[in-house]
Design a binder for this molecule. Structure first.
Ligand SMILES: Cc1cc2nc3c(=O)[nH]c(=O)nc-3n(C[C@H](O)[C@H](O)[C@H](O)COP(=O)(O)O)c2cc1C
Length: 378
């Protein structure tokens, strides 16, 4: 099986690792933390709605911003109307906002799938192709590559990933990534890596990336070996653990992966991350936004519930530093703490589709979520 190098916009990424787009997480400060540990990888932004890009508002403008030192700007968009998607991609390219645009076809949220959007879109084969084609056509004159990320399908009976992969190949998509779960699975259970292997067998002309359950660097190597995929996309494993990207670079470079850091190291990273959020969101909202990250950073450290509670209600930067200063900086993770799950683990869910949705899988009706400007997830 041929391994494809990851090349986007003429740039080769020798370490085949991509930060998964995560709504509410993969903003400028988070990407900066990750890049500090793993320079030269692909770090994807939070998802932005195509409709919001077309209409243009202040929140969207902030979400599509990149830091001055981001030398490769990867942005994820979501859209289910080929027209909106084409217009959004053209606007992004004309304004030179991104070097690479990823499209999300995997959002399992009920409020989206019940309108035929998100993870329901790939069920409609021609619509999926039309969305891909519109994005590629708009981006082509600017040399901006379009990539796609999708799930296995709706459930074990309605799988779409092979059709979607083939469509991507035909429509000029530069690279695809499979989150190896169905929408029904949501985030529960294990990712089905064997589906990544199937996709890699079926799609031969563009890179196929695997996504799901990479908690430690060696998981990425195992996924590549077991599935033959061309690279990996890392989501929850790096929540509260941006040094996972250093470990991944080490593992892919054949170097020994460092021991997990002690609490003192983690607290220093936390303080830097909080500072970054405050710098772009303002001190009050920045620190509030940081609260969710605290639980992730402390995962596996036996700090006790009182400490966790005080972090999760921290109100000022001084308070954050005070709590951090009072802890035992030499503390280490409990055994197996590296693999404790972070972020979503919920599921399975009942996937709600529009009435009669499965009856004609070739129709091109644009889903009723096409003009929504605020959904998130994948
Ligand atoms: C908090 C959170 C937000 C997410 N937001 C998005 C998103 O906006 N777009 C997307 O394609 N996937 C999104 N995902 C899914 C991840 O990109 C990834 O596919 C999923 O978490 C599985 O990979 P993992 O096991 O490495 O976490 C999100 C996941 C989490 C945990």
């Amino acid at each position: 099986m041929t391994r494809h190098p990851l090349v986007l916009r003429g740039r080769e990424f020798p370490i085949p690792v991509v930060l998964a787009p995560m709504a509410g997480v993969t903003n400028i400060p988070f990407r900066a933390q990750c890049r500090t540990f793993g320079p030269g990888l692909i770090y994807v932004s939070e998802m932005v709605m195509a409709a919001a890009l077309v209409h243009g508002n202040e929140k969207t403008k902030k979400m599509v911003a990149f830091g001055p030192d981001e030398d490769f700007r990867s942005l994820q968009i979501y859209g289910s109307d080929p027209d909106f998607v084409g217009r959004a991609v053209r606007a992004l390219c004309e304004q030179d906002i991104a070097d690479h645009i990823d499209m999300n076809f995997g959002c399992p949220a009920t409020k989206v799938t019940r309108k035929g959007g998100g993870a329901a879109v790939p069920v409609k084969r021609n619509l999926t192709r039309a969305i891909m084609a519109a994005a590629v056509k708009a981006a082509e004159p600017f040399g901006v590559p379009i990539t796609c990320k999708f799930r296995i399908g709706i459930n074990d009976d309605i799988t779409t990933f092979l059709d979607t992969g083939k469509a991507a190949e035909d429509e000029g998509i530069a690279m695809i990534a499979l989150h190896a779960r169905t929408a029904e699975q949501h985030y529960a259970g294990h990712a089905h890596w064997e589906r990544i292997a199937e996709l890699k067998q079926a799609v031969t002309s563009i890179p196929v990336l695997g996504n799901g359950d990479i908690w430690e660097a060696h998981d990425a190597i195992t996924m590549m070996n077991e599935t033959g995929c061309d690279g990996v996309v890392v989501g929850r494993g790096c929540l509260g653990k941006p040094w996972l990207f250093r470990d991944l670079v080490d593992a892919f470079s054949g170097r020994e992966v460092q021991q997990s850091p002690n609490l003192g190291f983690v607290l220093d990273v936390m303080i830097e991350h909080a500072e970054g959020l405050m710098a772009i969101m303002g001190p009050e909202y920045g620190i509030r936004n940081f609260r969710k990250h605290c639980g992730w950073y402390l995962t596996g450290f036996p700090v006790g519930s009182d400490v966790r509670r005080s972090f999760s209600s921290v109100a000022t930067f001084d308070e954050l530093k005070d709590i951090a200063a009072r802890l035992d900086h030499s503390m280490r993770l409990v055994d197996g703490g590296e693999r404790f799950a972070r972020g979503h683990t919920n599921g399975p869910i009942k996937v709600v589709l529009p009435e009669g949705y499965l009856e004609n899988r070739d129709d091109l009706t644009v889903p009723a979520d096409a003009s929504d400007t605020a959904i998130s997830g994948g």
